[in-house]
Design a binder for this molecule. Sequence first.
Ligand code: KG4
Ligand code: ZN
Length: 340
Amino acid sequence: MKKDQYILGIETSCDETAASIVKNGTEIVSNVVASQINSQKRFGGVVPEIASRHHVEQITLVIEEALHIADMQPKDLDAVAVTEGPGLVGALLIGINAAKAFAFANQLPIVGVHHIAGHIYANQLIQPMEFPLLALIVSGGHTELVLMKEHGSFELIGETRDDAAGEAYDKVARVLGLPYPGGPEIDRLALESEEEIEFPRAWLEPESYDFSFSGLKSSVINYKHNLEQRGEHINPQHVAAGFQASVVDVLTTKTVRAAKEFNVEQVIAAGGVAANKELRTSLEAMFKELNIPFYVPPISFCTDNAAMIAAAGSSMFSSGVRGTLSMNGRPGMELVSWNK
Ligand code: KG4
Ligand code: ZN
C-alpha cells in the first residue's frame, strides 16, 4: 500500500502569514492564516516593512498551530513547501528562512513553490484537475490565463500589460474613498446598485488574450474629476457597478474564447479576485451553457493561504523536485513547468 504523504506549506509572500498541512496533495489536515488586513487598512495598502514585521511575529506561532491542529510532529511530515516567489522580497524571506530552519532542524526536504502555481493548485483541494485545463488567475499582483496540458506544465497564453485586476479594484476603491482591500467593497456596492455608469472595455488586439486595466482606472478617475468640476458628487454604487461590469465582461469573454480555442476539459479560476461574486456568477453561467466544467475554490481558498502552497508543493515533490538550503526569495519569479 502506498504511504500517505504529508506536506507542510508555508506562505508569506504578501500580507497573510500562513501554514498548513495537506495530505496527498488534496486533503487539508490543518490550515492556519494570520491576516494583517486590519493593520494594513490604516495605510490603505500593504506597506512592505510592516508586512515583514508581522510575518516575523507570526510565523513560528502559525507553524506551531498548524502542527498542533493536525496533531502531528515534524517527523510525521514528508517535506516542507514554501512560496519562493513572486511577492515582496522581505516578506518572502521570512517564510523561506522559517521553512529552511524547520527543514534543516527536522531533516526534511524543501520545495520552493511559485505563488501562482499555488493559486491554481488550490483547486486540487476541491476536486481533481482534468487536462487540458485553463486557469484564470486574478489577484492583487496577477491577471493571467494559463493553459495546463498536464500536472506541473504551464503555458502562459495571456497576462496583464499594466495593472493586475485586483490592483485596479484596490486603486478604484481608493478613488471612491473605500477602505483597503477594495475588491470586496466594490463587489458589495456593485451588487447593491440598480444602475451602472458605462465604462470602456480594453479588448486589445482581436486575437490577444492579454489584459489591460489602467485605462479603465483612468476613466473612473476622469469621470470623478469631471463631476467634481461641475460641483456634483459621484454615486459610488453606480461607479462600482460600472467598473465591475467592465472587468467581469473582459475577464469572462477572454476566458471563454481561450477555453473554446484550446478545447479544454476544465476551467478553473483562482486568486483573490476569483472571490468576486459577479465574476463567479458570470463564468459559471457561460461555462454551463458551453457544457465545460468550471470550478472556483471557496473564498477562503481564493485568497492567500498555505494549503494551496502545500498542494502545489505536493505535486512538485511527487515529480522529484527538491530545493536546497540556499533558496532565496525571488520577487520576480516566473512560472515555469516542473513537468517538461
Ligand atoms: O490572491 P490575493 O489574496 O493576494 C495576492 O496574491 O495578490 O488577492 C488579493 C486581491 C486584492 O486586490 C483584493 O482587493 C482582491 O484580491 N479581492 C477581490 C475580492 N476579494 C478580494 N476583488 C474583487 N472582488 C472580491 N470579492
Ligand atoms: Zn495570491
